[in-house]
Design a protein around this ligand. Sequence first.
Ligand code: FES
Length: 106
Amino acid sequence: PAITFIHPDGKSERIETADGESAMQTATRHGLDGILAECGGNAMCATCHVYVDEGWLARLPGMADDEDALLDGTASERLPNSRLSCQIKITPELDGLVVKLPERQV
Ligand code: FES
């Protein structure tokens, strides 16, 4: 599967991912500046914030309470399509997922 990341300046990058990897791991493995992931994927930092493309939102698994709480503290504004990319586990069904990177993570 592959994910497309759209940078705040509008440039997009399609990156190959692996089943079982999180969207955050895909981004950090490729050195994307837009994802910091300070806590390493433990739903404790909110520096892996992304805006999920509207068409994909309903296809993601639901949000746990800890993710919901952390999203209230993101550096860039929380929007209805905000998610933590470390909590998005890639499955074959998510091939082609599109997420937008926020302006800042801290
Ligand atoms: Fe820290 Fe996602 S990497 S919350």
